[in-house]
Ligand binder design. Structure first.
Ligand code: PMP
Length: 340
């Protein structure tokens, strides 16, 4: 419990929940850090706060100015909240294939929203280039640039990593994380490996993501086929570059669907897609390294934000996916085999 005077003072210091069903099944301690508890409902509030406070400290960003950012949605929501806290406005540029729930949240927070068609990064109408051009068009606009701005990873190096270290009393063997900008995995891996270089860091990546193929082959082979949002970028960016990663796993969307149903049923948590993927990665880490290991991962956001996709059988069917969950015992058996 905390008493605060500003919403932004409630960013961070999130709880760590033991996922009992998976811990009992694997003989590992599988812990999930509830980043959904941040005021904007996602892990990206942390990056938003750090990017804005660092830019204000440098004098680049002053009250009355407008923060501009290209976003899959969660960073836009976080920035909208933090911008308000400092007397700034917010303009989010978002591809129009992201969940309508996130679009609505940005608008509800009073930010301006510009949606663009989803196009490949090389196209100048990509949301990233659109945000940059808009920011350059006016002197009172400031571009947050979460991909290249390393205040993003600093948020995790300064806060999330130390919180995990404290909450586990230093008893952590494996950190499992998805990556979008890479801020989460970079900042946390840097901090945790400084405390104990033995800690293993696992990247979990969705099917069709460029990062996984880059780490394995040095080439970006990507088809963007995953239903996940905000993760699995197709290029190497500054935040991701600094991540200290020991293993990368690539899991199909069907596995995260199964995992989301399992923890809803057994643990009472309704996760967003990237968080369900994180837990599937944690299960695979438990299969390959367990039992007896402590594995920490993140609930980056909750399923209410992906109700129209992950929890919508019609949507899943339209993508050739099934609403039927594979039992987690079978998922685990497959993951054991992956290690053979
Ligand atoms: N999960 C969700 C739901 C996200 O929105 C994002 C960021 N877009 C991530 C994970 C990835 O976090 P990061 O940018 O720190 O890699």
């Amino acid at each position: 419990m905390r008493n605060a005077r500003r919403a932004i003072d409630l960013i961070g210091q999130t709880d760590l929940l033991r996922v009992n069903s998976l811990s009992e099944l694997t003989g590992c301690e599988i812990l999930i850090k509830l980043e959904s508890q941040n005021p904007g409902g996602s892990i990206k509030d942390r990056a938003a706060l750090q990017m804005i406070t660092d830019a204000m400290a440098r004098g680049e960003l002053r009250p009355g100015m407008t923060v501009v950012e290209g976003t899959a949605g969660n960073t836009g929501i976080g920035l909208a909240i933090v911008a308000r806290g400092f007397g700034l406005d917010m303009l989010a540029v978002m591809p129009n294939d992201q969940s309508p729930e996130k679009e609505r949240m940005i608008a509800l927070h009073g930010a301006q929203l510009k949606t663009v068609n989803p196009v490949p990064f090389r196209d100048e109408n990509h949301f990233y280039h659109t945000a940059r051009r808009l920011a350059e068009s006016r002197a009172d606009y400031w571009w947050a640039n979460q991909f290249e701005n390393t205040s993003n990873l600093r948020a995790h190096y300064l806060h999330t990593g130390p919180e995990i270290w404290q909450q586990t009393d230093g008893n952590i063997d494996i950190l499992v994380s998805v990556a979008g900008t890479g801020g989460t995995i970079a900042g946390n891996s840097m901090f945790l490996k400084e405390q104990n270089p033995e800690i293993q860091v696992w990247l979990t990546d969705p099917n069709g993501s460029g990062i996984f193929s880059y780490l394995k082959t040095g080439e970006y082979i990507a088809d963007g086929s995953s239903m996940t949002e905000g993760i699995g970028i197709m290029r190497l960016v500054e935040n991701f570059k600094q991540a200290r990663i020991d293993a990368a796993v690539n899991l199909p969307d069907q596995d995260l669907i199964s995992m989301s149903r399992h923890v809803r049923e057994h643990d009472g948590i309704v996760l967003g897609s990237s968080s369900a993927l994180n837990l599937a990665g944690a299960l695979q880490a438990a299969a390959l390294h367990g039992p007896g290991k402590t594995i920490v991962t993140f609930a980056c956001d909750l399923g209410e934000r992906s109700a129209s996709k992950l929890y919508n059988p019609d949507y899943l069917r339209s993508r050739g996916l099934s609403d039927q969950a594979e039992p987690v015992t079978e998922l685990l058996a497959r993951y054991y085999q992956a290690g053979d």
